[in-house]
Design a binder for this molecule. Structure first.
Ligand SMILES: NC(=O)c1ccc[n+]([C@@H]2O[C@H](COP(=O)([O-])OP(=O)(O)OC[C@H]3O[C@@H](n4cnc5c(N)ncnc54)[C@H](O)[C@@H]3O)[C@@H](O)[C@H]2O)c1
Ligand SMILES: [Zn+2]
Length: 363
């Protein structure tokens, strides 16, 4: 199997860079549509439109309605096509970015990814996670390219609710464990290739960066402050995690997340929050030492991340519910089969109940 590494063409991060979008996007086209929900449009709409128009772009705006579903993608694509847009700029969280990636693929136009929260590693990737209208995970859509430009304004990131930043740390915390499992099993990354040393090393740097800067960065963001730790963790949550998972590979943590989305009770927990339960479950599944699992639980608590099932809305899960999660996590297409040993649903269920017990003990 060939080794494959791919990435966005350009990643730009810093305080105030939203106002420079016209400069960075200049070569990508001449007619842009900005996709964002109401909240995000209020935050970036004027700044982005002004900068694009200063650089000779015709600009339209469009409201994102909140779910990355096939229907929403179709609606946005039809409208963007009517506008004759050759660039889609998407601002917001993972769902808005994922929807825009699918639109860019469908219309064969350029994509600018502008995360306004550092909540997931979606901004840099070449895939979209597709949900039903009701928010259940449906499937991954793999696209032919990564976004042309990823633009991250750290002043906006630090001004967003801290919960989004914590969630991004959780999504990024999974990256190293999943990439390393894939590496050890000689599994496939998102591009259907083997991991490069680069993909593996970036995933490890992601983990080290979170451990060195995570706590300080969360405290800064609680106060809307941009410090060097906030810069480091934003980069880890967004760039290092994004490249690390795509070129390094996913494994159990994200399959368990996908399984958890089958239960409606978890829908108020963010992507990252559910992933954290997936990460801890993966460590138990892999039989990591007690001290190591406890260290990751303690770090999760320091950051303010879920360590029990109740923390993600499952106060008293029934056997049937746990069975549903475990079965969904182990379907054939799931990345859990990148673990270096065969995984059965019973093993996932047992890891989940064990994590729950360990998490309760540490609280
Ligand atoms: N494609 C990938 O590679 C990939 C990777 C990880 C996660 N995901 C997907 O990402 C999605 C989760 O994304 P998410 O956790 O970012 O949430 P989200 O996209 O569901 O919601 C983000 C919310 O935050 C709000 N928001 C955005 N910026 C804000 C700001 N600056 N201030 C205040 N509010 C703001 C938005 O209005 C929205 O309500 C899931 O669908 C997940 O599957 C995809
Ligand atoms: Zn994720």
């Amino acid at each position: 199997m060939a080794k494959i590494f791919a990435s966005p063409a350009n990643y730009t991060q810093g305080r105030g860079v939203a106002a420079e979008i016209g400069t960075h996007a200049e070569d990508l086209g001449g007619s842009a549509v900005l996709l964002a929900d109401d909240i995000v449009m209020d935050i970036v709409g004027d700044t982005v439109t002004e900068s694009l128009e200063d650089h000779e772009f015709d600009t339209e705006t469009m409201e994102f309605r909140g779910e990355c579903s096939e229907r929403e993608i179709e609606r946005v694509a039809d409208q963007a096509s009517e506008y004759g847009s050759d660039v889609i700029v998407s601002a917001g969280g993972g769902k808005a970015l994922d929807a825009a990636k699918a639109v860019a693929e469908r219309l064969d136009i350029a994509m600018v990814s502008m995360p306004t929260i550092a909540s997931t590693d979606a901004p840099t990737s070449s895939l979209s996670v597709i949900y039903t209208e009701h928010g259940e995970f449906e499937e991954y859509w793999f696209h032919s390219k990564n976004p042309e430009l990823v633009l991250v304004d750290t002043a906006i990131i630090a001004g967003a609710p801290t919960r989004t930043f914590r969630s991004g740390i959780a999504d990024a915390l999974a990256t190293w464990f999943e990439a390393d499992a894939t590496y050890r099993s000689h599994g496939e990354n998102i591009f259907g290739g083997a991991s490069t040393r680069a993909g593996h090393a970036l995933a490890e740097l992601c983990y080290e960066t979170l451990r060195r800067h995570g706590v300080s960065a969360v405290h800064a963001v609680e106060n809307g402050a941009v410090t060097e730790s906030v810069e480091a963790v934003t980069e880890a949550n967004t760039l290092l995690s994004g490249l690390g998972f795509e070129s390094g590979g996913l494994a159990a943590a994200h399959s368990i997340h996908n399984g958890l989305t089958q239960l409606e009770a978890t829908h108020d927990a963010t992507h990252g929050e559910k992933v954290n339960i997936g990460t801890l479950s993966q460590l138990v599944l892999e039989g990591k030492d007690d001290a190591f699992v406890e260290d990751v639980i303690e770090f999760s608590l320091d950051i303010g991340l879920p360590v029990t099932l109740a923390d993600i809305g499952l106060d008293d899960p029934t056997d049937d519910q746990l069975e549903t999660v475990a079965e969904a996590a182990c379907v054939e297409e799931e990345t859990i089969h990148n673990e270096p040993f065969p995984v059965e649903p019973a093993m996932v269920r047992d890891a989940l109940v064990t994590v729950n017990e360990l998490g309760e003990r540490h609280k």
